[in-house]
Design a protein around this ligand. Structure first.
Ligand code: SAJ
Length: 411
C-alpha cells in the first residue's frame, strides 16, 4: 500500500516510520529543510528509538514537499491556538485537505490525526474533499494520543479511538493501523472521536489546576502539598497530579479551548486554564520574597522545556515567568541542557549560575537532581533557590547555606 502522510512533525514522523515497516510512505511537509534532513536519514528532534527506527525503515520512506497520488492520506499537521481569541487555527488542516483533493480517487482512505474542535472532520474537512468529486472514498478521524518523550512506545501500545464517517471508513482505518498498533482500537463516529481526545487533555489540565490550587492552599495551611497529595493518592480512587510552574506543550494548554470553542458552558474548563496560566505569577512572588533585600537581582532559570527530559519548549510556562521577571526589573539568565532554540539566549550551566542571586528550577530535567549545592553556592552572589517541581533534596541545599522555597510548602 502507498501512504501519503501530510505534516512531518512530532507525530507525523514517528507515524510515517512505523507505517514504513510494511508500506511505502511518502512524507509531505512544506518545510524544505525538514524534507532534506529526513531524506538524509536525520530526524530533526530527539525521541527514544526514533533514530533507530529511521535506520531500519528508511528504504520505504521518502520525504517530499508535494502530495502525490496514494491509497491512503494521513493528515498530521499542527492545529495551533489563536492566542488572543482562544480559538483553533485550522489553516493547516484546511490546506492539507485542499492538497489531497486533486489526488483523491475511488477507494482512497483519508485519516485526520490532528487534534481538532468537535465537528471539524464533518463540517470542514469532508466538504473540501468532496466538492464536486465523483469518486467514492473513506474518511476517519483517529486522534494521536502518544506522549512526547515516550512517543513510539505509546503509538504502539496505547489504545486508539477511530471515528469514521461510516463503518467501512472506521474498519479500513483499524486495518491500516493494525500493522503497528498493539493496543485495542475502538470504533465510533467522527465527532465523538474528536471530543474524546479533547476530554482526555482537559481532564489532565483540570486535574493539574486542582493540584496547583491545593499547593497554594497548603502553603496557607503551613503544610507540604507534595506530601499531602502523595498521601491522598494512597486512596484507591484518588489520583491527583503534580503542582508546578504551569502547563505547557502543544496539547494540554490548548485542547481545552478547542472543547470550549463552540460551547456556552465551559466554566470549570476556563477556570482551570486560568489557574494553570497564573502559576508563573505565583512562582514570581516566591522569587520576589527571596531576593527582596538584593539590589538589582540576577536570577537564573533552570529549564525552559515544557516538561522533563524533552527538548521541546512549546508553550512553556518558563517564557511567561521570564517575561514577568524582566518586568519586575530582574536580570534573567537562562539554562536548559536539552532545548536548542528559545527566544532568550541559552547559557551553559556555569555562566547561568555565576553571580546569580536566585536559582529558579522550572523544568524537572533528571540532570538537575544531581546538582551539587556546595559547588553551586560558591559560584553565586546570594544563595537562594526555588524548586517548582519537588525534585531537589532540600536538606542538602539548606546545609549548604541556601534559602530554599519549595512550591506548595510554606517557609
Ligand atoms: N504537568 C504538571 N503536572 C503534572 C503533569 C504535567 O504540571 O502532574 C505539566 C507538564 O510539566 C507540562 C504539561 O503539564 O508542562 C503537559 O505535560 P504532559 O506530560 O501532561 O502532557 P503532554 O502535553 O506532553 O502530552 C499530552 C498527553 N495527554 C494525556 O496524557 C491525557 C498525551 O497522551 C497526548 O497525546 C498529548 O498531550 C497530545 O498530543 O494531545
Amino acid at each position: 500500500m502507498k501512504i501519503c502522510v501530510l505534516g512531518l512533525g512530532y507525530m507525523g514522523i514517528p507515524t510515517s516510520l512505523l507505517l514504513a515497516k510494511e508500506h511505502t510512505v511518502i512524507g509531505v511537509d512544506i518545510k524544505e529543510s525538514v524534507v532534506q534532513q529526513l531524506n538524509k536519514g536525520i530526524v530533526p528532534f530527539d525521541e527514544p528509538g526514533l533514530k533507530e527506527l529511521m535506520k531500519k525503515n528508511k528504504d520505504r520512506f521518502i520525504a517530499k514537499t508535494e502530495v502525490e497520488s496514494a491509497d491512503v492520506f494521513i493528515i498530521s499537521v499542527p492545529t495551533p491556538l489563536e492566542p488572543a481569541m482562544k480559538i483553533a487555527d485550522l489553516q493547516y488542516v484546511r490546506a492539507a485537505a485542499e492538497m489531497i483533493y486533486p489526488y483523491l480517487s475511488d477507494g482512497n482512505l483519508v485519516i485526520l490525526e490532528s487534534t481538532v474542535p468537535p465537528g471539524t472532520t464533518d463540517r470542514l474537512v469532508l466538504p473540501i474533499l468532496k466538492k464536486g468529486h465523483t469518486s467514492s472514498f473513506f474518511v476517519a478521524h483517529c486522534p494521536e494520543r502518544a506522549i512526547p518523550g515516550n512517543t513510539l512506545h505509546e503509538m504502539i501500545y496505547n489504545d486508539r479511538i477511530i471515528g469514521g464517517i461510516n463503518h467501512r471508513s472506521s474498519e479500513l482505518t483499524k486495518e491500516l493501523y493494525s500493522c503497528f498498533v498493539k493496543g485495542n482500537m475502538f470504533l465510533t463516529d467522527t465527532t465523538t472521536a474528536e471530543f474524546v481526545k479533547l476530554m482526555e487533555n482537559t481532564f489532565r489540565d483540570v486535574n493539574i489546576a486542582l493540584a496547583n490550587e491545593f499547593a497554594q492552599i497548603a502553603e496557607e495551611s503551613k503544610i507540604n502539598a507534595w506530601e499531602a497529595i502523595g498521601l491522598a493518592n494512597k486512596h484507591p480512587r484518588v489520583n491527583i497530579l503534580d503542582p508546578g510552574p504551569g502547563v505547557g506543550g502543544h496539547c494540554i494548554a490548548i485542547d481545552p479551548w478547542f472543547l470550549a470553542e463552540h460551547s456556552k458552558s465551559f466554566r470549570l474548563i476556563s477556570l482551570a486554564r486560568q489557574i494553570n496560566d497564573s502559576m508563573p505569577n505565583y512562582v514570581l512572588h516566591a522569587v520576589r520574597d527571596l531576593v527582596q533585600d538584593v539590589n538589582n537581582p540576577v536570577i537564573t532559570v533552570l529549564g525552559v522545556a515544557y516538561k522533563a527530559d524533552v527538548d521541546d519548549a512549546r508553550e512553556t510556562p518558563a517564557l511567561k515567568f521570564i517575561k514577568l521577571a524582566e518586568n519586575e526589573g530582574f536580570q534573567v539568565k537562562v539554562h536548559d541542557p536539552l532545548v536548542e532554540s528559545f527566544p532568550y539566549p541559552l547559557l551553559d550551566f556555569e555562566d547561568a549560575v555565576k553571580d546569580s542571586d536566585c536559582l529558579v528550577l522550572i523544568t524537572n530535567h533528571a540532570v538537575f537532581r544531581d546538582m551539587n549545592p556546595q559547588i553551586i553556592g560558591e559560584m553565586m552572589h546570594q544563595k537562594n533557590i526555588v524548586d517548582t517541581r519537588n525534585i531537589l533534596s532540600l536538606d542538602g541545599w539548606v546545609s549548604a547555606g541556601f534559602s530554599v522555597k519549595l512550591l506548595g510548602k510554606s517557609g
